[in-house]
Ligand binder design. Sequence first.
Ligand SMILES: Cc1cc2nc3c(=O)[nH]c(=O)nc-3n(C[C@H](O)[C@H](O)[C@H](O)COP(=O)(O)OP(=O)(O)OC[C@H]3O[C@@H](n4cnc5c(N)ncnc54)[C@H](O)[C@@H]3O)c2cc1C
Length: 235
Amino acid sequence: MLHPIFKTDVFQLKPNTFNFKSCLPELIQHQLEGQIDTGKMMQQLLQKVQSEGILVLNSAEVLSVSAEVSSVKIQLPNLEFTAQHTFVATNAFAKDLLDVEVTPARNQVLITQPIHNLQLKGCFHLDEGYLYFRNIHNRILLGGARNLAPETETTTDFKLTKLIQTKLESLLKEVILPDQDVEITQRWSGILGVGQQKKPMVKSVSNHLHCAFRLGGMGIAIGSQVGRDLAYLIK
Ligand SMILES: Cc1cc2nc3c(=O)[nH]c(=O)nc-3n(C[C@H](O)[C@H](O)[C@H](O)COP(=O)(O)OP(=O)(O)OC[C@H]3O[C@@H](n4cnc5c(N)ncnc54)[C@H](O)[C@@H]3O)c2cc1C
């Protein structure tokens, strides 16, 4: 299916040279999948917008947006202002501001200490993509397992749960780095915006109010294109 697009065999069977335990002897490798340093990505984005004179207001919660005839009124806790055009790009949180359909899906993650001589390089997915791990330099970042508790994880609450953290730890200790004592240095969660369709929603709500949300857990890969599509709504 992907061959006509990439003109090569995207998937290949590879022996389990990483010595993952409790795995089949072969892994399916996606030859063209890449990794991105999302910290650097965000720094670059901030530098770009600031170099173009765009003001970024951090820690400013928008309480409401309301479309007027020729502008949009934006309400912050201590400030109200109007803008000619407003773009709501808060993904899973879009329905706090607009009458739209999007379901939050919490994803919990953890990261290890730096591991001397770490051989593992790349992004790995298992359990239909619900579990994933990758190296970040010489650490392992792993996350997912929200399918273990779909009801609890359908939330915008940035918390951790014992059930999922234990699952992630056992994946680390029993499959990825068996027989190795590795310290976990940080744990956190993030919120995806999902829906019945895997496609993001990009639309105008009125002549001056526009939105892009429901990035389906793919926003790092497709976010810049979705942003472009959103901007083009008023071109
Ligand atoms: C653990 C995890 C792993 C992921 N892995 C991948 C991956 O491998 N590949 C991939 O492509 N994608 C991945 N994603 C998905 C990707 O991070 C998201 O799709 C992407 O961040 C969506 O970008 P966004 O800017 O639309 O929304 P977000 O990044 O969610 O940003 C929305 C922003 O809006 C702010 N906000 C919300 N409400 C308000 C309000 N009322 N007022 C002001 N601000 C508000 C929030 O604070 C937040 O900063 C992952 C996500 C998680 C959580």
